[in-house]
Design a protein around this ligand. Sequence first.
Ligand code: THU
Length: 131
Amino acid sequence: MQVTEPSDERLLELAKIAASKAYAPYSNFKVGAALLASSGEVYTGANVENGSYGLSICAERVVVTKAVSSGELKIKKIAVVRENGEGVFPCGACRQVIWEFDDGTQVITVKEGRLIKVSINELLPEAFRLR
Ligand code: THU
């Protein structure tokens, strides 16, 4: 458990460090994500590609599955960035996966060189809901 909650800037920094661990030999597009769970715990992940291209998994879904399979059910914040520091907004599939664990979730990235924060509900209005 983290003692003090990391700042948005720190989450972006952790996401960038995580991006260095991406396995992206096909696209060379290395992405990292850092997730602050509502418990206060922080998780990181990176994209993992596959020679069967469609099996590649985005950094966001890697980090969400790490957190959820560790017992987390709510996401407070998720920061996403490339290894080179450029921002990335989650793809549509990842938006739906993040939304499943929404807790007023804020997505943090970089746009035009500046930190930007937007809610998952803004990024995915009228999300598909089964229950
Ligand atoms: N990717 C992510 O990891 N997150 C995104 O939000 C968009 C795309 C990955 C998937 C693939 O490995 C590479 O970036 C190029 O699409």
